[in-house]
Every structure is written in structure tokens, then in C-alpha cells.
Design a protein around this ligand. Structure first.
Ligand SMILES: NC(=O)c1ccc[n+]([C@@H]2O[C@H](COP(=O)([O-])OP(=O)(O)OC[C@H]3O[C@@H](n4cnc5c(N)ncnc54)[C@H](OP(=O)(O)O)[C@@H]3O)[C@@H](O)[C@H]2O)c1
Length: 251
């Protein structure tokens, strides 16, 4: 049910954190994984590590905020491996921490460009070749910030909420071609991205106390869900947002 043998998976932002956990878990299930981020050196390091562990991995650097680099990414993978069975849009940025009214136009544009527009562009580049085979999965990494109000992560949340609408619309458009499109909405996960929120002992303790499972997330908590969504186990799910947050949004 969870086997991904021979599947080609392209995961953006896969040199560390949640993207890396998704790539590692896909590789353990037999997928051929494309490791991608802005830094070529990091992509190569992770790729070499996965290959040394016996997995098939390909390093293709790409800044998802740049359309020419996205095109090159997709073309390189198709030239090398001939197909993309699973696209994981994971790379994201946060340019504003604080009230939305105080954010600059540049901060707004960058969030929308890197976190939202890039996903629309990448899915437009990748899904048609999946549809031609009537098989493919897209997984978009959102956030619970796209489901809840937050006085400090407002703009970021607006972008993540837009992704949840994109997931439903893509699922509706491409469902007849057997393309499944889903999102994962993580709560606080221990990665560099959220360091400011979990390195501070007081903030972390408050977050753990407010979370039914009494802990913050580990990147593998998200990696396993992505495997399920890409594999046979998730074959009847599309257009959904799966929350993985230790229960913090239910109380
Ligand atoms: N950590 C959390 O608590 C949390 C909670 C909810 C949702 N999320 C979401 O989870 C996803 C991954 O976050 P993370 O916590 O794993 O972050 P992370 O540990 O900082 O990793 C981010 C990854 O994305 C890459 N990246 C950043 N900007 C990029 C760009 N413009 N183009 C291509 N790659 C880029 C980074 O590599 P380079 O720097 O080399 O480009 C790195 O590989 C994001 O969508 C984030 O919004 C995280």
C-alpha cells in the first residue's frame, strides 16, 4: 500500500527539514527522488548521501521563485528520468513576522511569488505529462497558519490559505485524468524555518502545553503522510488538506 518503487518524485526544498524528510521517506519506499533547493552544493551533498545509502537520487538546483529555473528543473528531470510521477511543492519562505499592515509591498509580493505563484507554475509544467499517463500525485505543503488566524504570521497564512484553494481546484480540474492533488498542513515542526518558535524555551513550553500530544513535530511526522498521499494507500483521496499538528488546532 505504501510502495513507491520506480516512481519519480520531484520534491522542492528537499535539502533539509520537511522536504528532506519527504525525500528520504520516498526513497526508502523505492522512489527515485529529485533533490532540489537554491543551493547546488547542498543539493549535491544530500544526493550523494542518498546514493551512498543505495537510493536513486538526482540533484537539480532551482529557486522556485524563478520561472526559468523551474522550467530547467522540469526539463532536466524529464530528460534524465523520462517522467515525474509525484510532485511535492514544499519550498516556501516567510518575509514578514508581525502585523500584516506593517508589511512592505516587497514582502507581500515575495510571499505570493515564492509560496503561491511558484506552485501554480510548477503544477502547470508538471501535471500535463502525468495526465498523459493518467497517473500522478501532487502534494503541497501548507501550514495550519492557512487555517487559523495568527497575529504574527498573517501574510504567510494568506499564501498558505490560497494553496488550499489551489489544491481543491487542481483536484477538480485533473481528477478525470486520475491526478490526485492534496495538501498537508503541519503545525510547528522542528526545522530551521521555525527555529525562532521552538528554540526559545518559554515559547516552546507554551506550545507543547497547548498541544494535546504535548510535543512539537518532527520532519518525519510529515514525511510519512506524504508517502501515504503519493502511494496506493491514498488512491481515493484528492482535494484534501491533512492537518498534522499534534492536535493543536482542535482545542
Ligand atoms: N517548520 C515548521 O514549523 C512548518 C510548519 C508549517 C508549515 N511548514 C512548511 O513546510 C515547508 C518546509 O519548511 P521547513 O520547515 O522544512 O523549512 P527549512 O528547514 O527551512 O527548509 C526549507 C527548504 O526549502 C529550500 N528553499 C527555501 N527557499 C527556496 C526557494 N526559493 N526555492 C527553492 N528552495 C527553497 C531550502 O534550501 P535552500 O536554502 O538551499 O534554498 C530548504 O531545502 C514550507 O512550505 C513551510 O511553509 C513548516
Amino acid at each position: 500500500m505504501f510502495d513507491l518503487t520506480g516512481k519519480v518524485a520531484l520534491i522542492t526544498g528537499s535539502t533539509r527539514g520537511i522536504g528532506l524528510a519527504i525525500a528520504e521517506n520516498f526513497a526508502k519506499q523505492g522512489a527515485k527522488v529529485v533533490i532540489s533547493s537554491r543551493k547546488a552544493e547542498e543539493c549535491e551533498k544530500v544526493t550523494a548521501r542518498l546514493q551512498a545509502a543505495g537510493h536513486q537520487a538526482l540533484s537539480v538546483p532551482c529557486d522556485v521563485g524563478k520561472h526559468d529555473q523551474q522550467k530547467r528543473l522540469v526539463e532536466t528531470v524529464l530528460a534524465q528520468w523520462g517522467r515525474i510521477d509525484s510532485l511535492v511543492c514544499n519550498a516556501a519562505t516567510n518575509t514578514n513576522f508581525g502585523p500584516m499592515g506593517k508589511a512592505s509591498d516587497e514582502a507581500y509580493d515575495k510571499i505570493m511569488s515564492v509560496n503561491v505563484k511558484s506552485v501554480w507554475q510548477l503544477t502547470s509544467l508538471v501535471i500535463p505529462q502525468m495526465a498523459a499517463r493518467k497517473d500522478g500525485t501532487v502534494i503541497i505543503v501548507g501550514s495550519i497558519a492557512g487555517l487559523q488566524g495568527n497575529p504574527l504570521l498573517g501574510l504567510y497564512g494568506v499564501g498558505k490559505a490560497a494553496l488550499f484553494s489551489m489544491v481543491r481546484n487542481l483536484a477538480a480540474e485533473w481528477g478525470p485524468s486520475n491526478i490526485r492533488v492534496n495538501a498537508i498542513a503541519p503545525g510547528l515542526v522542528k526545522t530551521d524555518f521555525a527555529k525562532a518558535l521552538w528554540e526559545n524555551d518559554a515559547l516552546r513550553a507554551a506550545r507543547e502545553a497547548a498541544t494535546p500530544l504535548r510535543r512539537i513535530g518532527d520532519p518525519d511526522d510529515i514525511g510519512g503522510i506524504a508517502v501515504m498521499l503519493a502511494a496506493r494507500a491514498g488512491a481515493f483521496m484528492t482535494g484534501q488538506v491533512l492537518v498534522a499538528d499534534g492536535g493543536v488546532t482542535i482545542i
